[in-house]
Write a protein that binds this ligand. Structure first.
Ligand code: GLC
Length: 459
């Protein structure tokens, strides 16, 4: 059994980590070049967000080919080198498996759109309720509806996320077998960890209009979810006791997480839940400005700690990832108490029961992007909501204020390595702007600071 219950994870968003080629985007070789730094942080596992072939409409969470590396990130040799070099340093890699949906450019979806019944059944096609009326009124996580009309079939396909991310039909056993093959392929490459993207959304059941919410109650923690996870486990990673897994559980319930992350190891090793990161939302609505409710934050952390412990289930504990704003800006202080609050927040997650995950730059106290113009934003979700907010009647200035607080691009600005050009991230033109405060907040400065936020193992 892996001793993951004593391990620390470090999340890398390769596109924004380190660019070895000078094309403005980070890549796998860039990650390899920084392994000594990561080792110094005392990291056991690196979670790499997707680097598979993808049109990058959702920065790799739209996978076109699960078996190959997107040339933008490098080659299979680069991956093997990274895995070998990490292994030499006692660090293991966790890959990000996006199995709720594929890219619309995946060959399965292309065949489906050609009318091939076998592949249409890999996805979720449904008739509308009436001419021009989609099967349900659910809202996409990225704004707009979840159904895309396909005229030649007079049917709609489901996409909980972007229109270019059609949902897979997990009720089809062939789909489940295909996805098992993907895991076995990467296990063959020596991979010892997997993160499963929005995996509690894979079991859909009822297709009904939702008059109380955005539809999520009909597809979250669905009826066959535990059966599908157990099956995946038994057929793939469950056969290797060294492999660890974490599921991203969107809007989940604690009761379900007792099973997902149970110590019996039949489903996953641990879970990411997000309730503690909605304390500055209005219910589930994130595109609003609401002060963080710290009492609620404390209560949520406490009840999850207690509940999961009582049921021998394991949390992944975290503040930051590539979908969340920077925590020091969010729950801490960017000004006078910048360092103290970054330390306090770091101490909190390291002292909770669960596996801590640090997101690149969090160890430096990196802050929100500070963007002031829509041309600086890249994320499909932010771009959509900038428009939706104004369609709802908000002024442009208000829409900006909300984006500045909640946009996922806040965490996607490049890693700040030095005070030099582009924060030492690239010699080229960065795909997204580097935060201006890289002159002050950067890894070089942090390593030289005897009172640094992080404790480096060499110190
Ligand atoms: C997860 C990912 C996010 C992505 C979404 C759709 O929430 O973390 O980045 O956009 O799933 O795959």
């Amino acid at each position: 059994m892996s001793d993951f219950r004593r391990s620390v994870g470090y999340q890398i968003y390769p596109k924004s980590f380190c660019d070895s080629k000078g094309d403005g985007r980070g890549d796998l070789k860039g990650v390899t070049s920084k392994l000594d730094y990561i080792k110094e942080l005392g990291v056991d596992y690196i979670w790499l967000t997707p680097f598979f072939v993808s049109p990058q409409n959702d920065n790799g969470y739209d996978v076109e080919d699960y078996y190959n590396i997107d040339p933008r990130y490098g080659t299979m040799e680069d991956f093997e080198e990274l895995a070998a070099e990490a292994g030499k340093r006692g660090i293991r890699l966790m890959l990000d498996m996006v199995f709720n949906h594929t890219s619309s450019r995946h060959e399965w979806f292309k065949k489906a759109m050609e009318g091939d019944e076998k592949y249409k059944n890999y996805y979720i096609f449904r008739k509308g309720k009436a001419p021009g009326v989609p099967p349900t009124n659910w809202e996409s996580k990225f704004g707009g509806g979840v159904w895309e009309y396909v005229e030649k079939f007079d049917e709609y396909y489901l996409h909980l996320f972007d229109v270019t991310q059609p949902d897979l039909n997990w009720d089809n056993e062939e789909v489940r077998k295909e996805l098992q093959k993907v895991i076995r392929f990467w296990m063959g490459k020596g991979v010892k960890g997997f993160r499963f993207d929005v995996v509690n959304l894979i079991s859909k059941s009822v297709y009904e209009d939702d008059y109380e919410g955005d539809g999520r109650r009909f597809y979250t923690d669905g009826p066959n979810i535990h059966r599908y996870l157990r099956e995946l486990n038994a057929a793939t990673f469950g056969t290797d006791t060294e492999i660890i897994t974490v599921g991203e559980m969107s809007s989940t319930s604690m009761e379900n997480c007792y099973q997902y992350g149970n110590g019996d190891g039949k489903e996953l090793s641990m879970v990411f839940s997000f309730h503690h990161l909605k304390v500055d939302f209005m219910g589930n609505e994130k595109w609003v400005l609401v002060p963080a409710d710290f009492q609620k934050l404390k209560n949520i952390l406490f009840s999850w700690q207690k509940g999961m412990q009582e049921h021998d289930a394991w949390n992944a504990v975290f503040w930051c990832n590539h979908d969340q704003p920077r925590v020091v800006s969010r729950f801490g202080n960017e000004g006078r108490y910048w360092k103290a609050s970054a330390k306090m927040l770091a101490a909190t997650i390291h002292l909770l029961r669960g596996m801590p995950y640090i997101y690149q730059g969090e160890e430096l106290g990196m802050t929100n992007a500070g963007f002031t113009d829509i041309s600086q934003y890249r994320d499909v979700e932010s771009l959509n909501h900038f428009r939706i907010l104004q369609d709802k009647g908000l002024t442009e200035a208000d829409a900006y204020r909300i984006l500045q607080v909640h946009s996922r691009d806040n965490s996607r600005t490049p890693m700040q390595w030095t005070a030099g050009k582009n924060g030492g991230f690239t010699n080229g033109e960065p795909w997204i702007e580097v935060n201006k405060n890289c002159d002050r907040i950067n890894a070089e400065a942090e390593l030289a600071d005897p009172d640094s936020i992080s404790i480096f193992t060499g110190n």
